[in-house]
Design a binder for this molecule. Sequence first.
Ligand code: SAM
Length: 285
Amino acid sequence: MNYRHIYHAGNFADCLKHIVLTRILTYLQKKDKPCFCLDSHAGIGAYDLSSEEAQKTGEWQQGIARLMGPDAAPLPANIAQMCEPYLAIIRKLNPEGPITTYPGSPLLMAEMARQQDRAFFVEKHPDDAETLKQTIRRDRRFHIRQEDGWNAIKGDLPPQERRGMVLVDPPFEEKGEFNRMIWYFTQGYKRWANGIYCLWYPIKARRDVDEAAGMLKAEGIDNILRAELVINKLDTAKRLNGTGMFIINPPFMLHDELSALLPFLAERLGETARRSHLEWIAPPR
Ligand code: SAM
């Protein structure tokens, strides 16, 4: 458990993950019915971009700063619309202007939650779970647990609301993380086939991701979208070259939105490569 997200908070991968997250929540909240969120690998909830750790890598400078920093070109209208309320929450957390506080997934979920909604946040690292409890105010709608998030994907599903999403965002610091993610996802899916699932992954080498996509396809589950952003040439597997998400049961509008958003993000956030990829691994039935 060496992983610390503070070194990566607000980078290009967070931007894509968190925009997708807020788009899904926006869709879920179109109806008054209560929604449920499970964040199985929650992190600490808010990240201080002025901290020594964040400054050391400066990854957010190539991420969120390029979308809304002082030197960022204005966003095209359709992209700006998609990026709300993600950007609105960041503006709210940084009322002075410069971005020093970057929200993690549980804070985005908590900020967007309506009175009728609930969310479970699971974080295994004891210090991080404690920090998360301090970040997310005490509220009957939010349950924060320090435990293994993989088990929560089995144990917490299905939720009573029968409407909502699961974010699975592991650190990928151990071998076999793709296999583990797909195995636990299928356990959760067996219990709750109508949930929206977002499985985040890093792209270091194309082969690993293609294999994972093949494994998911072999599960015979419908309605799986693969959305990817590649910002560096895939000439070494030693760095984070790109990022992607497998989205199971995506809201109907998400495919069209991503077909505009991904090429835009690739251009805006790209370094030695500017590519995106959007494909149905398994189409909706
Ligand atoms: N989801 C967060 C966000 O978007 O703001 C970032 C999460 S970070 C990529 C991964 C987190 O998973 C780390 O905080 C790490 O401590 C935690 N973690 C690692 N193994 C875990 C496990 N088995 N169960 C729950 N959390 C775990």
